[in-house]
Ligand binder design. Structure first.
Ligand code: DGJ
Length: 740
């Protein structure tokens, strides 16, 4: 019996046993495609298929809406277009080696010591187990093997793909480029690519461009994820809307330099290749060694960009985020000291803030930068993770115990991957900073990056963090990272291995966090990189929440949050209420407006509470209480983006509906009213049409006269809600509760 027949019998066996109505993973043989083996994965509303073509090459067949179980999945046997475009460029390969005349983007490019740079990968074996298919390919004559792993999530249809490259030969091989996967979309000429661009304090700007002939490259060359682009994309057709039409979504789980390329090939197909960024990349693979790529996740929805986002959000909650006691914990309402005190932290000052924060219903008090070493400004101290004795003469214990007696847990800011030249650590180990020998080191925010690829550095970082968590009652770490790489040298490594720093650094970072979580399983971690510079599915698998941006202006935040939640779950996105005017743009806003903006993620408060009036405390208490009522819906529910602001219409309207459809939270905020325009009715989504829902304002204010206090889901979704907002920076929030 062949492997394929065994797989088929396995899948059919489950169906016969009534375990599945349709196989979650099916390996179907020959019959549909002239003797060529087809592999098919089904999950959620998605089918994915590829085949071994007549030449033994793995060819993409289908990725889209779920097909009937025995649908004919034939894909044409292709031939070259002309002498200029030989067959290698016409066949959409699942994982293309740079060889055989390939001009399209390769997944794998290698150099042998004898000068050979030609790799053509052929199917060798397969293995099916659970929801996973593994296919091994190898070069036509060199002992270079690539094992591709495909896993489909039964609930969402999200596919995880990665590759392991193995050198079974007797000589070294240099890998110049290694992708996780290649994906293909069928021939069409109206694709649109949606992605995000940004920079510090201006992350998550959404872009939308035609994906026509030519290449588009999204990448980070920065050593970490970066905010210039985020390793996420959605592709739609021109006719796709927010809630209707096809949308293909994808994201890389990698927190180092990465690249995604999008090409319309010579036949009109879109080819997507993603993985390690080949920029400055070289990885020596010794005999017997392997290189694993990051995972490249993709999903599909025919409910537009909204549907694609919701699929990813659900997948992250169910498959990516760390769990505790079997669930992803809800985000606590936190207070953070940064915007109030910056580096000027001390025991009395932090206790005073904690006492005020506790009266608001805050559940976690986080002391930010400034508590360690000689850290009085950003020019010194990074690397010396010892409590500053002048600021905390009795250590952190008195502050932590006061915070705990106030009913909150305690969180602490760290930036463990960095070093200031003005630090005891640098004075002791100047060679620990990333650098090229005898070359200047470029500073960013007066700091250098530690070379985490070194095991001694890795072990030091783990030890200081482990000690900190062992000796103090710390529930949460805000893990910051405030610059990108420069001079990425690793002088102590063998020259042929120095560029592996791009892989080794990130692996060691992951190892440290994983080890810390193992040793301190109740500690939660936030991924922060001066804002949203390290948000990706790799870091999300080991941290609980993300900081999307240092820009805390509540209006700017609405577009930042809109960009973030295209791919990442609102429950991972921290949002703070801070002071007005905001430091970013001097914009003045009402406290209620700031709350309504921040309540759409994990709520935090970052104001200087010492300056607040009694009325501010009253308003804040009311909104914190409202937030606690809706947070499960915001953090674990379905997000419907009802209106995205544009020049003519400056409304941001978002609706969150709980998984059981018992509650919904509606937010509508405006930058400014436009002339005397009447605001359009808001038609809700996702409710149970036959159920009844009571509506109330989040701040307890009376409802508009024309709004019924209770109505059916059908009414709220068809008739909708009329809201009038007049002036600048106004907003309102409603809670809908199912009554019957
Ligand atoms: C950058 C972070 O994004 C801020 O929230 C704050 O923690 C500062 N670093 C502290 O240096």
């Amino acid at each position: 019996m062949t492997d394929g027949m065994r797989g088929l019998r396995w899948a059919l066996g489950l169906v016969a046993a009534g375990v599945l109505t349709a196989p979650a993973v099916a390996v179907a043989e020959a019959s549909f495609d002239r003797g060529n083996k087809i592999f098919r994965l089904d999950g959620g509303d998605v089918t994915y298929a590829f085949k071994i073509n007549g030449s033994g090459i793995l060819q993409s067949v289908y990725w889209g809406k779920r097909l009937p179980d025995r649908a004919p999945l034939a894909a044409p046997e292709l031939s070259g277009l002309s002498g200029f475009d030989v067959i290698t460029n016409v066949v959409p390969q699942e994982y293309a080696g740079q060889g055989g005349g390939l001009y399209a983007e390769p997944a794998l490019k290698v150099t042998y010591p004898d000068g050979n740079r030609d790799v053509v990968l052929y199917y060798r074996t397969q293995e099916v187990s659970g929801d996973t298919i593994r296919v091994t390919l190898s070069d036509l004559d060199r002992p270079l093997f690539v094992t591709l792993t495909y896993t489909i999530d039964r609930a969402t249809g999200v596919i995880a793909r990665s590759a392991v490259i193995e050198n079974r030969g007797a000589t070294d091989v240099r890998i110049d480029q290694a992708a996780a996967a290649g994906y293909t979309l069928p021939v069409a000429y109206d694709y649109r690519l949606h992605y995000s661009t940004g920079r510090w304090a201006a992350e998550w700007t959404l872009q939308d461009r035609a994906l026509t002939a030519g290449s588009t490259v999204l990448e980070s060359r920065r050593g970490s994820t970066g905010s210039q682009n985020n390793p996420w994309f959605t592709i739609t057709r021109a006719t796709t809307t927010e809630e209707d039409g096809p949308a293909w979504i994808g994201a890389l789980a990698w927190s180092g330099s990465w690249r995604l390329t999008f090409d319309q090939d010579v036949t009109g197909r879109i080819r997507i290749v993603g993985g390690y960024n080949p920029f400055d990349f070289a990885y020596r693979l010794r005999p017997g060694a392997t290189l694993s790529t990051p995972t490249f996740y993709v999903g599909f929805s025919d409910h537009g960009r909204g549907g694609a986002s919701r699929i990813f959000h659900r997948f992250e909650r169910e498959r990516i985020l760390p769990r505790r006691d079997g669930r992803v914990p809800l985000r606590k309402v936190l207070y953070n000291s940064w915007e109030a005190t910056e580096f000027d932290v001390n025991e009395a000052g932090q206790i005073a803030l904690a006492e005020r924060a506790a009266t608001l219903g805050v559940e976690r008090f986080v002391m930010d930068d400034g508590w360690f070493g000689a850290r009085n400004n950003d020019r010194a101290g990074l690397g010396d993770w010892i409590v500053n004795p002048a600021k905390f003469p009795r250590g952190l214990a008195p502050l932590i115990s006061r915070v705990k007696s106030l009913g909150m847990d305690f969180g602490l800011w760290v930036e463990p991957e960095m070093i200031n030249e003005d630090s005891d650590l640098f004075r002791a180990h100047p060679d620990w900073a990333m650098q090229f020998k005898s070359r200047p080191r470029t500073q960013g925010r007066n700091q250098l990056v530690l070379n985490l690829a070194r095991t001694d550095v890795r072990d030091y970082v783990l030890k200081v963090l482990d000690d900190l968590l062992t000796t103090n009652d710390i529930a949460f770490l805000k893990w910051d990272y405030n610059r990108n790489w420069s001079e990425p040298g690793w002088p102590d490594a063998d020259i042929a291995d120095q560029q592996t720093i791009y892989v080794a650094y990130v692996r060691n970072l992951y190892w440290i966090i994983d080890e810390l979580r193992k040793r301190h399983p109740r500690v939660e971690i936030e991924s922060c990189s001066g804002g949203g510079g390290r948000v990706d599915l790799g870091i999300m698998a080991r941290t609980d929440q993300m900081w999307p941006s240092d820009n805390t202006d509540p209006l700017d935040r609405l577009s930042i949050q809109d960009g973030f939640t295209q791919a990442y779950a609102p429950g991972t996105m921290m949002a703070w209420v801070t002071d007005s005017p905001n430091w970013v743009n001097q914009r003045q806003t009402l406290l209620s407006f700031r709350f309504l903006s921040a309540m759409q993620g994990g709520l935090g408060i970052g104001t200087n509470l010492n300056k607040w009036q009694n009325t501010d405390f009253l308003v804040a208490r009311r909104y914190v209480a409202a937030y606690k009522r809706i947070r499960e819906t915001v953090q674990r529910g379905d997000l419907y983006r009802i209106n995205r602001a544009n020049e003519a219409d400056q409304r941001w309207t978002n609706l969150y509906v709980s998984g059981d459809r018992r509650q919904a939270a509606l937010f509508t905020l405006i930058g400014s009213t436009h002339k005397l325009d009447v605001m359009p009715t808001i038609a809700l989504r996702g409710l149970d049409p036959d159920a009844h829902y009571r509506i109330e304002s989040m701040d307890g204010a009376a409802l508009p006269l024309t709004m019924p206090a209770s109505a059916s889901g059908a009414y709220w979704m068809n008739h909708g809600v009329d809201v009038t907002l007049v002036g600048d920076f106004q907003g309102v929030g409603f809670i809908l509760t199912r009554t019957r």
